[in-house]
Write a protein that binds this ligand. Sequence first.
Ligand SMILES: NC(=O)c1ccc[n+]([C@@H]2O[C@H](COP(=O)([O-])OP(=O)(O)OC[C@H]3O[C@@H](n4cnc5c(N)ncnc54)[C@H](OP(=O)(O)O)[C@@H]3O)[C@@H](O)[C@H]2O)c1
Length: 208
Amino acid sequence: MPGLTAYGGFIELCSPKKGETVFISAASGAVGQLVGQLAKLFGCYVVGSAGSKEKVGLLKNKLRFDEAFNYKEESNLDAALKRYFPEGIDIYFENVRGKTLDAVLLNMKLHGRIAVCGMISQYNLEQPEGVHNLMQLLAKRVRMEGFSALDYYHLYPKFLEMVLPPTKEGRIVYVEDTVEGLENGPAALVGLFSGRNVGKQVVLVARE
Ligand SMILES: NC(=O)c1ccc[n+]([C@@H]2O[C@H](COP(=O)([O-])OP(=O)(O)OC[C@H]3O[C@@H](n4cnc5c(N)ncnc54)[C@H](OP(=O)(O)O)[C@@H]3O)[C@@H](O)[C@H]2O)c1
């Protein structure tokens, strides 16, 4: 599921090209880590944001992102993005919304693409926050499009054809965060919303 989500949203919806610049939020999560590695396979320049020093290290070292930063330590996200993308962002893989989306909108390139995969910062709010910089879609002719992994289910064989060889060769790796016991499932689920998980959260119910 996370793999097909990454494939559909990034490859099919954004049509990446070699040399393009890619930004991914919640980049160490189940989907983001795969988007980044697919982008590297395409020869893109890839930057991810994540919520801890440990996750930033994971993105830069194990997952081979070009750059990564801790969004919680950046007082000005617009300035942070200008630091990593002096010429702008071609593709933004949106997982969070909030302040990140507003800063990204200010840094998109002409004819950029935004794949809206998720908006996790808004899921538990009674009143969703506003998005302030949507005018940039017009000024920069940016295409922003939501999708569901299910839209790409018919392309599962194509997805496997693309990812199996690099996975077997170790050019795509996968980070999982496993808790043991069904009784620990609810806390693991709640932990997704505070960033407690490092990689794909898995609940191991039984070993048989
Ligand atoms: N369109 C689809 O078909 C589809 C399929 C699967 C998932 N999704 C969506 O895609 C997004 C990523 O899913 P995932 O499974 O990769 O993530 P995940 O592994 O569940 O990880 C979620 C991560 O989101 C970050 N996060 C949580 N609350 C946040 C907040 N308030 N602000 C910013 N970041 C926050 C945390 O990382 P940090 O520590 O880095 O903050 C957390 O570890 C989610 O929005 C999910 O709903 C969509």
